[in-house]
Design a protein around this ligand. Structure first.
Ligand code: TRP
Length: 348
C-alpha cells in the first residue's frame, strides 16, 4: 500500500504516544539463507508482514562487518530479497527494501554515538562473541548495535521480531530512545517510541548437519532452496548415532527428528516418534522422510525463487519502490530529529 506522504507526516507527529504497531526488522545479507534462518526468523517475518504497518530491510551496511567483497555483498542482498518474495512476502502490504537505500540511518546512528558509552558497547554479548570467533574488533563491529537502533527508531518501530540473540540489541535501542528523548525532547513530547522485542524463541535450536546449531559460520547448513542431489547429500549426511536398525531409538536425541519436528504436523510427528521408539525404523528412513518434507514444504517457493532469480530487474523495482516509501518516512523523522538536536538545516 503506497504511502501518502501526508499520512506519514500525521503518523510521525504522534508516533511517541501512538499505540499503533509498527513492525521493523532487518535481515543480514551475509550468506546463503538456510533452514536455521527460516525457522528462526524469516517464517515469522512473512507471517507478520501484512498484519501491521511494517518495514523489512536487508541490512547491507551491517553486513559490511563480515562481507567485504562487492560481488558477494550484491549477490547476497539480491538473494535475500528474492527469497522473501518467493516465500510470499507481498510488497504491496509492507515495505521491503535495502538498508542503504535509506542512508539517513547512518546519520541517526552518528547522533546516537554521542549518547552511549564505548564501555557499554564493549560489553555487548554479540560483539564479544564475534570477536572471540576471530572477527576484527573494528569500529563497525563495535557500533553495530547503534546502527541497529537507528534502523528501528527511524521508522518509529514499536515491535521488533528478532531471534533471542538480539535481545540485548533491542535493550540498547530502548536505552538510546530513552536517552535521546530525555536529552533532546520536552518530557511531554518524546520523539521516539519505546520498541518492544518480539523474541522468536518458540523454536528450539535448529540443528545443522553436524548436530551443532545450524549456522553459516559452522558450515553445517541446509540451504532454503537446496534441491536434488545437493539437498539429498546434505540430508543423508546429518549426523546420527550408531544405534542398530532394529533397536528402539530416542527421537528426542536425534538431529534428524529435531528437523522433522519443524515440518511435520502434530499427528505425523507423533507417528514418527512412535516409529523411533518401536525399533525397526532406521535413521535412513527418517532421513528419507525429512527429504520429502523439505521438498513438499519449499517446492513451490523454490520454483518461484528460481523464476525470480532470472528477473533481477523486477526484484530491483520492488526494492526501489519500498526504499522510496521508507526513505520518505525516514526523512520526515530526521527533520524532527535535526530540529530537536539543533542541527541547522538550510536545505529544503
Ligand atoms: N542484528 C540483526 C541480526 O543479526 C539484524 C538487524 C539489523 C536488525 N538491523 C535490525 C534486526 C533492526 C531488527 C531490527 O539478526
Amino acid at each position: 500500500m503506497p504511502h501518502d506522504p501526508v499520512t506519514v507526516q500525521a503518523e510521525t507527529d504522534d508516533a511517541a504516544s501512538s499505540t499503533e504497531t509498527t513492525v521493523v526488522s532487518g535481515i543480514q545479507p551475509s550468506g546463503q539463507l538456510h533452514l536455521g534462518n527460516y525457522f528462526g526468523a524469516i517464517r515469522q517475518h512473512i507471517a507478520l508482514h501484512d498484519q501491521h504497518e511494517s518495514y523489512f530491510f536487508i541490512v547491507n551496511y551491517h553486513a559490511l562487518t563480515s562481507v567485504q567483497d562487492n560481488a558477494l555483498l550484491e549477490a547476497y542482498t539480491m538473494d535475500v530479497a528474492t527469497t522473501y518474495l518467493a516465500l510470499g512476502f507481498d510488497p504491496e502490504a509492507s515495505h521491503l527494501f535495502i538498508q542503504s537505500d535509506v542512508p539517513e540511518v547512518t546519520e541517526l546512528a552518528w547522533i546516537f554515538y554521542n549518547l552511549i558509552p564505548v564501555s557499554r558497547l564493549e560489553l555487548g554479548v554479540s560483539y564479544k562473541e564475534k570477536v572471540e570467533r576471530g572477527m576484527t574488533p573494528n569500529a563497525g563491529l563495535l557500533n553495530y548495535p547503534v546502527l541497529q537502533a537507528a534502523d528501528i527508531l527511524i521508522y518509529g518501530g514499536t515491535l521488533v521480531p528478532v531471534g533471542a540473540d538480539q535481545k540485548q540489541h533491542i535493550e540498547m535501542t530502548r536505552d538510546l530512545a530513552q536517552k535521546f528523548n530525555s536529552t533532546f525532547c520536552p518530557d511531554d513530547a518524546p520523539l521516539f517510541p519505546m520498541p518492544e522485542p518480539l523474541i522468536l524463541d518458540d523454536v528450539a535450536v535448529v540443528p545443522g548437519i553436524d548436530g551443532q546449531k545450524m549456522s553459516k559460520s559452522y558450515g553445517n547448513t541446509i540451504g532454503l532452496f537446496d534441491e536434488g542431489k545437493t539437498l539429498k547429500k546434505k540430508v543423508m549426511s546429518i549426523v546420527t548415532d550408531s544405534t542398530p536398525l532394529d533397536a528402539p531409538k530416542d527421537p528426542d536425541a536425534c538431529n534428524v527428528f529435531a528437523l522433522i519436528k519443524l515440518f511435520a504436523s502434530d499427528a505425523r510427528r507423533a507417528e514418527i516418534a512412535a516409529n523411533y521408539r518401536a525399533g525397526g525404523y532406521g535413521y535412513g528412513h527418517a532421513k528419507k522422510e525429512l527429504l520429502g518434507m523439505i521438498d513438499d514444504y519449499f517446492g513451490e517457493a523454490r520454483e518461484r525463487y528460481y523464476d525470480l532469480k532470472d528477473r533481477p530487474d523486477y526484484v530491483r523495482d520492488i526494492l526501489r519502490e519500498g526504499g522510496k516509501q521508507a526513505r520518505a518516512q525516514a526523512r520526515a523523522y530526521m527533520a524532527r530529529v535535526r530540529e530537536a538536536v539543533g542541527l541547522v538545516t538550510t536545505y529544503e
